[in-house]
Design a protein. Sequence first.
Lengths: 196, 270
Amino acid sequence: MSVTDGFDVTAHLDGVLLGRIQSGDQSALSGLYDSRSRLIYSIVLNIVHNTEDAEEVTQAVFMRIWAKAQSFDPQRGSVLVWIVTIARRLAIDRTRSKHHRIQKFSDRLESVSQQDLVQPGSENVHNQVIQSILVDRALKRLNKLNSEQREIIELSYYCGFSQTEIAQKIATPLGTVKSRLRAAVTRLRDIMGNGE
Amino acid sequence: MVNKMQMEHKEIYELIDAYVFGILSQDEFEAVEKHLESKCTDCLQRLREVGELSVGLAKGLKETTPPAHLKTSLMEAVEKTMISTESVTPKNNMFQSKIITVLGTAAIILLVLWNGSLNFKVSELHSQLENSIKKLDRLVADNSVQNEATLLLGKPCTKLVDLQGVSPNLQASAKMFLHPDEDFGILYAYQLPVAPADKEYQVWLKQDGIMQSVGSFTVQENGSALIEVRGLQKIPTIDSFMVTIEPVGGVDSPTGMTYLLGQNTLSSLH
């Protein structure tokens, strides 16, 4: 669907459908699934890294929407923000509950380096992993961050590590990690706000 | 000296980004949830901003289509959780309570008129009754249009016509949703100026060289309107749509300023 002149048709449809879901309309949930399942499944799969968990968690996301539709608070953001936040939380909880603390980039780095006979830990391998999961536009945005900010976003958003885990991983005080994350988020907001 | 609540707010504010990213511990998550329930404006503002960022980052992922059986599995699970269709849902309750309130007001006014025991001016009561009936009509119409919009937007072959603002109202815009098999369309207009009391917006279509009116509307305070336009025929042969401002009650052919104009290019919605 196209987004023109600041009007997001799909976002409007989200609101209409959620209103019907709140009334117990199953067809509206079906419509919301048709509209948003690709995005949600992609978010979840990127975090849990296997299709079995991704399917279960995606179903859990839409079941949560069905069960908790009344709790949606527009003051906290749009319907899509609500859905994406649920998806991320359930996916990360799944990795934690299964003691599934995947060193996401490490696993992928090893996989890519075995395939391509590239030395693990090299910048090229790291970039290949990033490029394998992101579209060009997103890569350009990441590249506009400084290295510390980019690292924080990769580890928190794309890998799902907690701030404590990140602090341990990069041997940085927790307070520094928190402030670095805030700075990275603010910088990304500026980048995306400029339409980049 | 910073008091305890200010400290708590500051600590929670620093956790908002991680809350949106889903990476908080259970204790931190619950602390943020509890704080947000207090409707802290700063934290809610940050939450909205970072939420939109999170969605933007998510849309940067390469997308993967879930397997087809997942939807079937989901809907079966939902079916099992369905409560009796005879129960009244909160959303319907809200709508019905509004109708009850409006009808109740109208009934009380009628009762007072009949008793004649209170010292109201009859003309004032008539005016209040008229306003109540208008509100009721509006509630029913709004709910009906929302239902129609939902159905139309969900159909596979629904088409979209973009209407652009005409100078000097370049900020205005509208989307007309049409389905080739239906005889109505849904117009979503926004950022239109609120019309004077004696004016309203009128919707026109041009077909086979002839301009015809298909509806009229007023906008909400935010300049938006969602209306149904009926009586459409042979939708693919419609050339264009136009919105002008006209006297209340409408006119047979456009006389006022044009605010919106769009060609029927029949771009697909899906």
